[in-house]
Design a protein around this ligand. Sequence first.
Ligand SMILES: Cc1cc2nc3c(=O)[nH]c(=O)nc-3n(C[C@H](O)[C@H](O)[C@H](O)COP(=O)(O)O)c2cc1C
Length: 332
Amino acid sequence: MKKIFEPVTVGKIEMQSRILRSATLTDKDSENGAYLPYEKESCVELSKNKVGCIITGMIGVGTNAGAADFAPMANNESFPERFTEICRATHENGGRIVAQLTHAGIQALVFDEGENPWGPSPAVSMVGFEAVEMTKEQIKTVVSDFGKAALACKEAGADGVQLHFAHAYLISQFLSKYYNKRTDEYGGGIENRARFAFEVYDEVREKVGKEYPIWIKINYSDLMGDEGNGAEECLWVCKQMDARGVDAIEVSSGLAVDKASRPMQKAVEGAMVGHFTEGALKVAEAVSCDVISVGGYRTQAQIENCLNLGGIKAISMSRPFADFSYIADWTD
Ligand SMILES: Cc1cc2nc3c(=O)[nH]c(=O)nc-3n(C[C@H](O)[C@H](O)[C@H](O)COP(=O)(O)O)c2cc1C
């Protein structure tokens, strides 16, 4: 019988409990790409209170990658020093830390002057920017940026990295048939749409070495009906990633193009499962690496129920650990 508060190894990382803080980017995290004290303070607080592992809010990997002007950037000159401090403080308080690496793609709010956001195919971003289809050169640049960012995180002392394959950022834009309309080898069937994700993973693996934990966060469903990806595509990608050596998969959902497809859904009072528990259980049946379930977990009884329904190794939570008033807008 799995319990929340017991030592456990998830995705090759030993931790003090089966609760993780899922990636949570906040407007207090950074200024112009440089970390402010907030992430360190919250890592200390969470670690002292027995959260097993903190997944950082998304860190932009480099060129045109920033999801917001308050997103920390791995290529910012202050990153090595400030992120080293965050990792050290987390470890000193008994916690573990995994750096979530992201390219915002179409949804980027920070991109070079005179440029447009980059995407797999042309699209208008949620705030109205006109994203352009990436050239193969630009794809190579981003793949290489992921590798450099992962190495910077490893050198700063992070216990692992998590590649953001979910929620309508660049990798999920390539994966999803909703955004990816390419006609070259990066578009078409899921085998082609996943090519970019695999190239990113292979580059990161090459940079950080065979033993270093690499996790992914992926959509079980885009929550877009037939227009987006569903279980079949997710399970195929997860099996491929498992075979390539990924160490843990966090299962989320949602392409976030409208209210119905938001990954942050309103928590259901008294629920004994999370929003996407069923998907996490299916992924756990399909792969040999560890599986983390996120979304809507709120009580000890609910969490321990889900940990014991099948192969879910740990659960992660975002909003219960955050205290920002603006989050209220994202819940209903
Ligand atoms: C303020 C806020 C920021 C978030 N930032 C990220 C992020 O940087 N990366 C990510 O993968 N998910 C992010 N999420 C989604 C959460 O990690 C999580 O998947 C979602 O909120 C559902 O979990 P919950 O019900 O425990 O909040 C964010 C959620 C919130 C509320």
